[in-house]
Design a protein around this ligand. Structure first.
Ligand code: CU
Length: 346
């Protein structure tokens, strides 16, 4: 088939260049996807747990690299050394039942497995140990398709953005009301399944303040890919300020759109699903008492602005397939009024 060069597809480009250039192009494209300190990197740890896991991962990777080199070089040598040449014997010498070799290739893998098993088991025990007494307890609820975070001792409830203090152990208890999810914040380490009816635990001490991305890592339905989260690691004093702000009662909105928004909210179905302290007590959706203090809407889907929030309120499932919040037939003006009210709740 003649190549239609005008189409200029990647395949055509690849076919029209020399094999060496072709290899270089493929390598460039492949390596272009690599980054060391990317937002969801597993090799740039920011917690004790992530460092422990990277340590085991490093051991396994270097052993695998060594084995790959030994096997690859031996294979190349055998291919060259015993290749078919004029005058070469039809069959190279055949060896059967070489006792030393057989003992060798039984013992060598056993040693490799032992070298991998010892640090792995050590890390498993360390990460499964009971959390320190001063650990901050947090309940994580994975829900279709958002995350709820409850701080029982602090009496704080929030969604999709988990704040933790740097330098203090946090003890997460993971659970959920619907299907299996998986809590995964790569730079803070670990990936732990969130299984309804079973309390899984994850303990770590975040070390570096910053904002880190996480993602549900267990396919959980239509908006699984839209079930992101952020972990905000605060310096201890910033964390204390955050807690104080979360516990403060929401301020009364000033007259105007925000006050209208509150009135519409309070007389709509919203109250059956959402809690705003002092206004409503619904439990099916995220607690909105301090919605305006969050950075993103609907589990990391969009930044929070009047436009995005109003668009969400008018029709959640066009933005997030199968979202468990119904469209309630709000007008533009109503949606913008409620959005203004909610964004004012800090
Ligand atoms: Cu999920």
């Amino acid at each position: 088939m003649p190549i239609d060069r005008a189409r200029g597809t990647l395949e055509d480009v690849m076919r029209s260049v020399s094999p060496a250039l072709r290899g270089a192009l493929a390598l460039t494209l492949g390596l272009g996807g690599c980054a060391w300190d990317a937002p969801m990197s597993t090799v740039a740890p920011r917690s004790d747990l992530a460092r422990d896991i990277l340590h085991v991962y490093g051991i396994i990777t270097w052993i695998a690299v060594a084995i790959a080199l030994i096997v690859g070089i031996t294979l190349a040598w055998v291919i060259v050394r015993f290749r078919d040449r004029p005058g070469a014997p039809r069959m190279p010498p055949q060896t059967r039942g070489h006792t030393a070799l057989e003992i060798g290739w039984t013992i060598a893998p056993a040693i490799v497995l032992l070298v991998i098993a010892i640090p792995t088991i050590q890390v498993i025990f360390r990460t499964q140990a009971a959390p320190a007494r001063d650990a901050l307890e947090i309940r994580v609820l994975g829900r279709q398709w958002w995350w709820e975070f409850r701080y029982p001792k602090l009496e704080v409830v929030t969604a999709n953005e988990l704040h933790v203090p740097a330098g203090r152990p946090v003890a997460l208890t993971l659970d959920g009301p619907d299907v299996i999810h998986s809590f995964w914040v790569p730079v803070l380490g670990g990936k732990r399944d969130v299984v309804p009816g079973r309390l899984n635990r994850l303990t770590f001490t975040a070390e570096v303040p910053g904002e880190y991305r996480g993602q549900c890592a267990e396919f959980c339905g239509a908006s699984h890919a839209n079930m992101g989260m952020r972990v905000i690691v605060d310096a201890p004093d910033a964390f204390a300020r955050w807690v104080a702000a979360q516990k403060a009662d929401p301020a009364e909105p000033a007259a105007g759109p925000a006050a209208d928004g509150k009135a519409i909210f309070a007389r709509s179905a919203c109250v059956g699903c959402h809690t705003i302290r002092g206004v409503s007590g619904g439990l099916l959706g995220p607690d909105l008492t301090t919605f305006g203090s969050r950075r993103t809407l609907a589990a990391g889907l969009l930044p929070i602005t009047v436009d995005t929030v109003a668009a969400w309120l008018k029709d959640p499932s066009t933005l997030k397939p199968d979202a468990k919040m119904p469209a309630l037939g709000l007008t533009d003006a109503q949606a913008r009024a409620i959005a203004t009210y909610l964004i004012g709740l800090k």
